[in-house]
Ligand binder design. Structure first.
Ligand SMILES: [Zn+2]
Ligand SMILES: [Zn+2]
Length: 227
């Protein structure tokens, strides 16, 4: 298993208050990324379907970012603006837009209120989405979250990971889920047993998580002999 982002290279799943449900602005996150000596980060706010169904709204026009009016004035960290897209149903439909705009870095995750298909067919949804959108998806986010544990066996996880491997879609070890006890550990171990390439991401919604949870993730990988 190849780890794409080691401890200091960067973090590719972060939420801001500027565009979705994080507690810190893009500038606060970027300043902290500099203190962490990261080379690159991806700010991956939730897509418009997620915001709508949760009753959230963005605090700014995404076009300010997509047109290049925002620049990093704080440090040399390279900032990618992405999105956490959502799997919508078992057909593999996804929502990957923020304010109807596409971004350069798409994480595909599923969340309970947003996946409105048949939950017992969610494995099919993932596999369909990988075959339809695999070339655009940079990684699968928190596949082993407890949200869908009742509908995803370890065998299902392995089937999804094999499909992702084939399509060159990396998986994610979601460290906020790990620290906040939202991970199904059996499914996590199944994923790590066969995953070809892995992002170790914070999924930070607070600066505390941004600074700390990836360290816990690396400790877990080390103590279970994955690295
Ligand atoms: Zn969120
Ligand atoms: Zn998520």
């Amino acid at each position: 298993m190849k780890i794409i982002n080691d401890k200091t290279s960067g973090d590719y799943h972060i939420h801001s208050s500027t565009l979705s449900d994080g507690m810190n602005s893009i500038d606060e996150i970027v300043i902290q990324a500099g203190k962490l000596k990261y080379k690159e980060i991806a700010i991956t706010d939730h897509n418009q379907e997620y915001l709508k169904r949760n009753g959230f709204s963005a605090n700014t026009h995404y076009s300010i970012i997509s047109s290049g009016r925002w620049k990093n004035i704080h440090n040399d960290v390279h900032i990618i603006f992405g999105v956490e897209a959502d799997l919508l149903n078992e057909n593999g439909d996804i929502c990957d837009k923020i304010q109807n705009i596409s971004t350069e870095f798409v994480i595909l995750s599923s969340h309970q209120k947003i996946y409105l298909g048949d939950a017992s067919l969610i494995k099919k949804g993932y596999i369909n989405a990988i075959s339809r959108y695999g070339s655009e998806i940079k990684l699968l986010g928190h596949l082993c979250s407890q949200q869908f544990t009742d509908y995803l066996s370890t065998e299902d996880i392995i089937e999804i990971v094999v499909a992702a491997n084939k399509a060159n879609v990396p998986l994610e070890f979601n460290c906020a889920n790990l620290v906040n006890n939202k991970t199904c550990e059996n499914n996590l171990k199944a994923m790590l047993s066969c995953c070809k390439s892995l992002y170790v991401n914070s999924d930070a919604h607070t600066l505390y998580e941004f600074v700390n949870v990836r360290n816990e993730g690396f400790k877990y990988l080390k103590s279970n002999n994955y690295i």
